[in-house]
Write a protein that binds this ligand. Structure first.
Ligand code: LCS
Length: 397
């Protein structure tokens, strides 16, 4: 479709500027090919020398992934995007592309468990240090910046406590200190938050989650400017991580994106109702959901997420750890599983599951209590979701 730039989010999640195929198929085909045939040897040489556009070999790009990348760049409002084989592949590729031995990173304390493991246990092997701070405290972030700092890294809403970070503040500090700002936008998705609008440089996603939305793919996306994304593609992805998305997974995520706006509306609506129910239940100690007025950064979330708050929430019970595990074991509509952003409601225990790579000390400093449960609210009828919780919670009072 031409003039797509001026169309709304839903239209851009369904249509794309490129849509050429020989047979006029409505759905963009799956290009299940590892390599591309050149017209002649000279053309192959020109493509390797980057004198001519076009595909070479699917570790460097493929029509199916290109189709998804163009759509994601449009939805995030960025110049370019890159598809990878997982969210960790996306994060690892950004770091391997942007950093070298001797560099330093400042990250928020509350991030996905394996991202924390990368920062805490892996990067130092390459001589890269990470300092963990609270990005809601501007002075603390500034105090952590050193001469060799290169990246500021945050998730918002953060997994698993739904902590909200003000992206305008992160971008401002990054610009003042000439640093790259990187935001994991997995939980909000570009439907609710477009970090680029606040001046963030690089956006990473676990496309495993809401972007695909159907629990059948592991995938990642990086969005940003042309120069950095070309480096990620031709250095980080091609020569270091080799973290390439398959054409079939690109097809599935593209299919998922067509309903992203509809699903996010419903996830947000359902999660708001579940959060309100939990907040009012006498067996519940605390609920973390950015849509609740009681959330520490509700006002920033309201501004940054356009009045909808995605489908992820967390809570603690008055009965603590034992009550939490019993609840997780007894639900019927909720499936006891990690991951998030699927049609099915999922519940899990961060301290022993997604955030088990944290040391107990770091976990507590990040506000991830041993009794915390994290719920990804799905697209089932919300009365069924609430009733599933109510039946079990009522037994505790
Ligand atoms: N970023 C965030 C915010 C995530 O939640 C995850 C995975 C990743 C990155 C990594 O993405 P992946 O490589 O799995 O595609 N989060 C998970 C979770 O909360 N439960 O299981 C995986």
């Amino acid at each position: 479709m031409s003039d797509l730039k001026n169309k709304g989010f839903g239209t851009r999640s369904i249509h794309n500027e490129i849509h050429e195929n020989e047979y006029g198929a409505l759905t963009f085909p799956i290009f299940a090919t590892s390599t591309i045939v050149f017209d002649d040897a000279q053309q192959g040489g020109r493509r390797f020398a980057l004198e001519e556009g076009g595909f070479i070999y699917s570790r460097l790009g493929n029509p199916s992934t290109m189709y998804l990348e163009q759509k994601m760049a449009s939805l995030e409002g960025c110049e370019a995007a890159l598809a990878l084989s997982s969210g960790m592949g996306a994060i690892g590729t950004v770091f391997m592309t942007a950093l070298k031995t001797g560099d330093h990173v400042v990250s928020d304390k509350v991030i996905y468990g394996c991202t924390h493991a990368l920062f805490e246990h892996q990067l130092h092997k390459f001589g890269i240090d990470v300092t963990f701070v609270d990005f809601t405290n501007e002075a603390e972030v500034k105090a952590a910046i050193k001469e060799n700092t290169k990246i500021l890294y945050v998730e918002t809403p953060a997994n698993p406590t739904l902590k909200i970070v003000d992206l305008a503040v992160v971008a401002k500090i990054a610009k003042e200190h000439n640093l790259m700002s990187v935001v994991d936008n997995t939980v909000a998705t570009p439907y609710l938050t477009r970090p680029k609008e606040y001046g963030i440089d690089v956006i990473v996603h676990s496309a495993t989650k809401y972007l695909n939305g159907h629990g059948d793919v592991i995938a990642g996306i990086i969005c940003g400017d042309n120069d950095f994304l070309t480096k990620c593609r031709l250095e980080g992805q091609k020569d270091i991580t080799g973290s390439v998305m398959s054409a079939f997974d690109a097809f599935l995520i593209n299919r998922g994106l067509k309903t992203l706006h509809v699903r996010m509306d419903k996830h947000s609506e359902n999660a708001m109702k579940v959060a309100e129910f939990l907040d009012g239940h006498p067996a519940v100690k605390i609920v973390y959901y950015p849509g609740l007025k009681s959330h520490a950064n509700h006002e920033i979330a309201k501004k940054q997420m356009g009045g909808k708050y995605s489908g992820l929430l967390a809570f603690e019970l008055k009965g603590g750890y034992d009550a939490a595990l019993n609840l997780a074991n007894s639900l019927q509509v909720f499936k006891l599983a990690v991951s998030l952003g699927d049609c099915e409601s999922l519940i899990q225990h961060p301290a022993s599951m997604t955030h088990s790579p944290y040391s107990a000390e770091d976990r507590l400093a990040a506000g991830i209590d041993d009794g915390l449960l994290r719920a990804s609210i799905g697209l089932e009828d919300v009365d069924d979701i609430i009733n599933d919780l109510k039946v079990q919670l009522d037994k505790l009072v």
